[in-house]
Write a new protein. Sequence first.
Length: 355
Amino acid sequence: MSCATCHSPEHAYGPPNGLAVQLGGQKLDRQGARAVPSLRYVLNRTPIWHKEYIANPAERILEGEEPPTGGFGWDGRFNTLHDQATFPLLAPNEMANASPEEFASKLQRASYSSEFRKLLGGQIFADPTKAYSQALLALESFELEDPSFQPYSSKYDDYLDGKVQLSDREQRGLALFDDSKRGNCASCHRDSRGADGSHPIFTDYEFEALGVPRNPEIQANASPNYYDMGLCGPLRSDQSREQKYCGLFKTPTMRNVATRAVFFHNGRFHSLKEALRFYVRRDTDPRLWYPVSPAGAVKKFDDLPNALRANVDLIDEPLTRHEGAAPAWNDREIEDVIAFLKTLTDRDVLRPSNP
Ligand code: HEC
Ligand code: HEC
């Protein structure tokens, strides 16, 4: 297993298949905890994790604290890519190296170890701790500098550069994506250029609780006491006392999203259409998504303990409606938005094969 097993270069460094979570470990039979994010575009843009106002006074929220922002992972628990890489390398359900020393001795036997020696000196493997930390820095440099992480080769990039027009359908989709009363997607998945003219990445790197339904494909969810609550744990441990952070996950990019076969942190949805229907019908048709008790009551936001369900976003459109109200988009409009999102696919990206 390599990093590329899960972050496939042919799939925008996202998952190569439609599994909700990938398999890893010594025998490649242990589930990971979360869906694999694409590593394209975000790595050299993600700010370090913070919850104080730092950058843009225009965005300041009057109630006080800024929404938490930044860091790597769905829960933002790593601030650097060299720290982040320690997790998959040593996680028993991912690459399952027993220790940094074991990793260094495997590296020493790898076909490319001579390049490593050439760069870092013939004695580098005499000190396994140093070899390990140099390997982490090499991974980080690759992720930050290799052009394959940010090709900007989508139709939308050509459109921003004035080289092509969007079709009528794509234009309608973009308008719905932007419309603050109906789609409001761009309020979090930002789609305008940066002040320096840079092309948008389609995320604000902020954390939100969307109330994505529990996913029975994840074996850990068979235990009624297990909840993946993102920012407040259990994978992340430093914010576990902050109840208001339970259920919050970091906003992902929309670039190459139309090529994925797994959506949201727990991989609960397997088509873009379903993911978009969830947004516009979460509240108008909750019975489509959540369990219903024998007495007929629907248990919304069932992937959080009862007491924490109030953390779920009910204030940002299109997540504000009541059961039975009209959804923000009809099915034709969903198809328009999908047409727009397809313009965010880079030229080289393949569709995942289904397992
Ligand atoms: C078994 C599958 C698997 C393997 C192997 C794997 N990853 Fe990941 N990667 C994931 C998952 C799942 C996440 C989300 C983790 C989380 O939120 O806790 C992730 C997240 C990341 C992120 C954070 C991205 C972001 O936008 O926040 C980076 C960077 C990353 N991986 C790099 C690597 C590198 C480098 C390697 C090899 C050393 C690697 N991964 C190996 C599954 C994998
Ligand atoms: C309030 C901020 C916010 C708004 C508004 C918003 N999103 Fe999201 N989006 C998120 C967050 C946060 C996630 C990840 C949530 C999770 O996994 O639990 C996400 C995830 C997604 C995903 C899954 C992507 C992946 O790689 O798994 C899609 C697709 C998506 N959003 C599309 C949309 C569309 C379309 C709209 C407009 C109808 C929209 N979003 C509005 C914050 C937002």
